[in-house]
Design a protein around this ligand. Sequence first.
Ligand code: ADP
Ligand code: MG
Length: 406
Amino acid sequence: MKFEDYRIAESIKKALSELKFKKPTDIQFKAITPILNGEDVLAIAQTGTGKTAAFVIPAIEMVLQEKKRHADAHIRCLTLVPTRELAVQISKVFEEIGKYSKLKVACLHGGVEQEKQIQSLTAGADVLVTTPGRMFDLIHQGFADISKLKMLILDEADLMLDLGFYKDVTDTLKHIPKKRQTLFFSATIDKKIKKLAYSVVKNAIRIQISPKNPVAKNIDHAVVFVEMDDKRFFLENILKEYENKKFVVFVRTKVRAERVVKAMERVELKSVFLHGGIEQKERFKILEAFRNGEERVLVTTDVAARGIDIPDVEYVINYDLPDNPENYVHRVGRTGRGRNRGQALSFCSDTEVLLLEAIEEYTGEEILQYEVKPEDYDQIIFGSEDSSNDWKRLMKQFETDEWLDK
Ligand code: ADP
Ligand code: MG
């Protein structure tokens, strides 16, 4: 089936054709029709498989239908997301696919001034994409009204229903009509979250694609055992070996993100860090520079683990393993988007073996181990251009000499 054959407005088809979206992806094929039929849907499909358009296309169609029936302007569709970057990204997909549909999209998120966001609301938004905090601020100030919406979408639904956001979601439910359509989308979902989802809506249809291993099938992922202190040499080695490729490097903390960037600077490798402690305008700028290729290496925390769609990222490095196994799936999912293939490599130190086991239990498969021979391991350390590494070379030299003496 092609998008041409769908019961959707010509204005949507025209935009899709401009975006070169000809055929729906699997999840789009399975989800769009039930959503157009008004069903509640819980959709689970791997990272990079086009979940955004799977809800954006039928959501825009719904808005157009509704506007034909009642001309008055109000928010008809609300999409809640966990991060500011994702709010911007998804509102852009609404704008692109709604380009010829006279769709008015408002995007709200914290960290910036309210004025422009208020203007987009008072201009009569049809669709709202937002992180919860700013939305509630603007509801309480009387600028945002979601009381008449027809459709609620939770993207990264498992995270939105988890501890950090659950109250926001239940508070949202108090502001919106009981009679509405509710959609949940994610790449990962567990039993507990599924239960919560079904407590929000009774008869949601579950649509699940490739449930066995949640890691997207076009990602080759492996793990390499590296001592904690040697991680930077391994990163240096890989960044130099693949000098034209785009990398996302995940670390455990903000401080570590900054340290890794400094360590790479010492060996003349340019990278940039992104984390939740940076001013929001700067965060957007950094991500944009990475998106448009001005920056090649993005060192970041789990703030960028979910949803971010940058199609030409070739490599994900887990410089530190994530604390929760779902985030492994989301982090490696920043590569291998759409039809692209992706590579992911995790650095596992002695202290992280338990985390690795938890990830393997979660994905249901052992992760391929990338074997490094001892002489190659030494070579990676010796080969570093980091002069602060000299003592290490000396030690190694000493060990080797000693061995030679014997
Ligand atoms: P997910 O939310 O499942 O991780 P996204 O919605 O971010 O994935 O989509 C991943 C990529 O696939 C995006 O770059 C998007 O433009 C592209 N894409 C989505 N649907 C199609 C389609 N039908 N044809 C071609 N490309 C598509
Ligand atoms: Mg997504």
